[in-house]
Design a protein around this ligand. Structure first.
Ligand SMILES: [Zn+2]
Length: 163
């Protein structure tokens, strides 16, 4: 089975995972690429709205002001080691998604695309930090903004971007 990101076909692992969040208990097949490590859904449903069309779905809720500030400080520290509050948060929340971001050697000029961004808290945090080209897309987001758009991603355009 071919990786959609790097085209690797060798030694990719397939996992069968049961949906538990909404209680549909349907099986989904995921593949983990042995080369780039990307985890991808193989048998994707034609219509995802069934799984996201909930007003209280967590990724469509924006953080409050305090959480937004703390998240920004935390990411700032992970990426640039520049925030005391963020350093304290990093002690509590080790090994996060942001640590993976830090390994990508990005700076504030890097173009970042968050696919399936939900309400876009990650992108908002990056914008708050001064990232000028960080945008999120999500087909189910209700409130679009300058950095979060209601869109479906169709193809890789520029491999130099962080996606
Ligand atoms: Zn791959």
């Amino acid at each position: 089975m071919k990786c959609e990101i790097c085209d690797n076909r060798l030694k990719n692992k397939v996992f069968l995972i049961k949906e538990m969040m909404f209680g549909f208990h349907e099986d989904f097949k995921y593949m983990e690429c042995s080369k780039c490590g990307c985890l991808q859904l193989i048998n994707s449903p034609d219509d995802f709205s069934r799984y996201y069309n909930f007003d209280d779905y967590y990724s469509f809720k924006n953080d409050g002001k305090l959480k937004r500030l703390l998240k920004r400080k935390w990411i700032e520290n992970v990426l640039f080691k520049s925030s005391l509050i963020g350093r304290l948060l990093s002690l509590k929340f080790q090994k996060s998604f942001f640590d993976i971001l830090a390994l990508q050697n990005i700076d504030k000029k890097t173009r970042v695309l968050d696919i399936g961004s939900g309400s876009g808290d990650l992108i908002i945090a990056l914008n708050d930090m001064g990232f000028e080209k960080a945008v999120g897309i999500d087909p189910y987001v209700k409130n679009e903004s300058s950095c979060i758009k209601k869109k479906i991603y169709t193809r890789l355009v520029n491999q130099k971007n962080l996606i």
